[in-house]
Design a protein around this ligand. Structure first.
Ligand code: ATP
Length: 255
């Protein structure tokens, strides 16, 4: 491993829970500065992969690197360059306000309150939370909590951002704001974004690269045109046809 063009690299990555191989010899390369959608059905292993990259789970075997840093050998280094937005927000302090929560988590990354306010301000504005800065977390709606999770993931200005189902609780208009934000973080600031989703429309809208995951492996990756070509799904195939082809082959191969 050690490809400079890739911000995330996994080689033969495996994670076993009891008998279940949630990651089963997974290979993946996420290009720097891309928005890559990790698409897969329920139980494909997306969250396990995200948590492994975020150093919250250790691999059973194989390797994973983020910005060239090994998740097992240098988890602290990985956490410095990486922002992680989990699918469920459980770790905020319910009695603290939006601003207090952000300052708390910023401090854990060594970011002082003034810089925290500066970094957060445009994101709070974009995600319609500026007026909620003094609201306690416990009084926010589910969608607002999800937006706050995205802002927290950005507070230390990470090079790589992982988001697990980031628009699950958002109305379509706000989901679009999040997609625009993610695209501009990649295009204008060179961030690498990996977003796990089973929403193919979301993947198609936000991502320039796709990685199709099934039963703990990446079955295919690249642009939609590349995937359409390699799967033989046809030049004008849509993502659903490509996804069906890749996951059906995986099912048939399992028998
Ligand atoms: P979803 O889209 O439904 O969230 P996913 O693609 O994120 O699914 P994972 O949550 O990574 O999938 O789960 C992959 C497999 O690993 C599933 O079979 C799941 O039951 C299993 N698994 C995940 N976490 C654990 C755990 N802590 N203990 C045992 N099995 C687990």
């Amino acid at each position: 491993m050690g490809n400079d063009a890739s911000a995330i690299e996994c080689r033969a990555l495996t994670r076993v829970f009891r008998e279940r191989r949630a990651l089963d010899g997974l290979d993946l390369a996420v290009p720097r500065g891309s928005v890559t959608a990790l698409v897969g059905s329920n139980g494909a292993g997306k969250t396990t992969l995200m948590k492994t990259l975020a150093t919250l789970l250790t691999p059973t075997s194989g390797q994973a690197r983020v910005d060239g840093l090994d998740v097992t050998a240098d988890p602290a280094g990985v956490r410095r360059v990486l922002g992680y937005v989990p699918s469920e927000e459980r770790s905020f302090y319910w009695r603290l306000t939006v601003a207090q929560n952000l300052e708390f988590f910023a401090a854990m990354h060594g970011v002082d309150p003034a810089r925290c306010r500066r970094e957060a301000a445009p994101h709070l504005e974009a995600l319609r939370l500026t007026q909620r800065a003094a609201t306690r977390f416990g009084e926010l709606s589910t969608g607002m909590r999800q937006c706050l999770g995205i802002i927290r993931g950005l507070i230390h200005d990470p090079k790589v951002l992982l988001l697990d189902e980031p628009t699950r609780s958002l109305s379509p208009d706000l989901a679009r704001v999040v997609w625009d934000l993610l695209r501009s973080l990649a295009a204008d600031r060179g961030k690498t974004i990996l977003i796990a989703t089973h929403n193919l429309m979301e993947a198609r809208t936000v991502a320039d690269q796709l990685a199709v995951m099934h039963r703990g492996r990446i079955q295919g990756s690249g642009t939609l045109a590349e995937l359409a070509r390699t799967t033989g799904a046809g030049d004008d195939a849509d993502l659903e046809a490509v996804f069906r082809t890749l996951t059906r082959e995986a099912w048939e191969g399992d028998r």
